[in-house]
Write a protein that binds this ligand. Structure first.
Ligand SMILES: NC(=O)c1ccc[n+]([C@@H]2O[C@H](COP(=O)([O-])OP(=O)(O)OC[C@H]3O[C@@H](n4cnc5c(N)ncnc54)[C@H](O)[C@@H]3O)[C@@H](O)[C@H]2O)c1
Length: 336
């Protein structure tokens, strides 16, 4: 593996460092974080060298930069890394505004380097299965979907940045964007979004959208109901969960996943039940995602999640925020 620098030694920086070490135990890894104690955890655990952002940009040996910093910092760091000639991976959401995402895409195209955004849900086994079943035609055309993703408030964020809607974008942009992105990939472009959100948490410093519900109408005519939550109680035995139902013209696919449990996928095709179990630990989606990014660099392949696609997923999340604010349906064309 080529030398890599991870920028941001928080929750995702740790996840990515673990994945890179799974892919390759020995290749050089650098870590950048202004908080020295955070960088040290990754240096010690994953044999990484602590460095500054300017140092890694100036180091010609480092070809790949992986941005795992709070969302409001993405544009500046991604553009600078691309301009320095690095291949760049950036955690989702790509940015908080369309204009920022467009600037990042422009910088990537100008640099000729590989740029991928971390919409990792596409690499989770239970979501891969949905795309396989949908494209095989077994469940017919998917016309309805219901997805949930939620847990307690992400209080691990440095300086409580998730609680500041100007830094995280709130629950639609930070969390439900996973489902918006997956649904766009599965069902095509979204036409309108109608959403509501409530601020439930009293433990955060600043107001934040804590629980949101959005109804997406797709160009295809399909309808999806997405709920995202940061409003569940903290310190519960199960910290985070997702579930879905996809209803096709010939069958349905359902799944409910709670951390540390086996995935159970139940499908009914033409009235015949189908049941499968998978162990997500055997197939870590973050490692698969980063492997696919490295493969795109090695083999000159298209990245599985481009900046344009991430920008369209952001547009859906922004439409949800706008709809929740205006209390009316919002056309995607209204969000620029
Ligand atoms: N894909 C997923 O499943 C997933 C899950 C959680 C978070 N995320 C995304 O990952 C990103 C990071 O989230 P997190 O939970 O790791 O946040 P975090 O607060 O845990 O960590 C962010 C780290 O970045 C560091 N940092 C801030 N500014 C920096 C800069 N200019 N240069 C270098 N380091 C800097 C902070 O000191 C902190 O250590 C966010 O965009 C978030 O939305 C993705």
């Amino acid at each position: 593996m080529r030398p890599i620098a991870i920028v941001g030694a928080g929750m995702m920086g740790n996840v990515h460092a673990r994945s890179y070490r799974t892919i390759d135990e020995t290749s050089p890894l650098s870590i950048v974080d202004p908080v020295g104690s955070r960088a040290k955890v990754i240096s010690d655990k994953y044999r990484a060298i602590a460095a500054s952002f300017d140092e890694i940009l100036a180091d010609d040996e480092i070809e790949i930069v992986d941005i795992c910093t709070p969302t409001f910092t993405h544009r500046d760091l991604v553009v600078r890394a691309l301009e320095a000639g690095k291949h760049v991976f950036c955690e989702k959401p790509v940015a908080l505004k369309i204009e920022d995402a467009v600037a990042m895409d422009k910088a990537a195209k100008k640099s000729g380097r590989v740029f991928m955004v971390g919409h990792v849900v596409r690499f989770f086994p239970q979501y891969i299965k949905v795309r396989e079943l949908a494209s095989s035609g077994d469940v017919g055309e998917i016309v309805m979907a219901r997805l949930y993703r939620g847990g307690s408030f992400p209080s691990h964020g440095i300086d409580n940045w998730f609680a500041d809607i100007t830094k995280s974008g709130g629950v639609f942009i930070d969390l439900s964007i996973h489902d918006f992105d997956f649904l766009r990939k599965l069902l095509g472009p979204v036409r309108t979004v109608e959403a509501r959100s409530v601020e439930l948490s009293s433990t955060v410093k600043k107001p934040s959208f804590d629980h949101g519900m959005a109804i997406l109408r797709f160009e295809s005519g399909a309808l999806a109901h997405i709920e995202g939550s940061w409003a569940e109680p903290a310190d519960m035995p199960v910290g985070f969960g997702t579930s879905y139902e996809f209803i096709g013209t010939k069958g349905m696919i359902t799944n409910s996943y709670e951390r540390e449990t086996t995935l159970r996928l139940q499908t009914s095709i033409d009235g015949k039940p189908l049941y499968s179990q998978e162990n997500p630990i055997l197939n870590d989606p973050y490692t698969e995602e980063l492997k696919s990014f490295i493969l795109s660099i090695e083999e000159g392949k298209e990245v599985p999640v481009s900046c344009e696609e991430a920008t369209e997923s952001l547009r859906v999340a922004l439409a949800a925020n706008l709809s929740a604010r205006l209390l009316r349906p919002v056309e995607l064309s209204e969000v620029s």
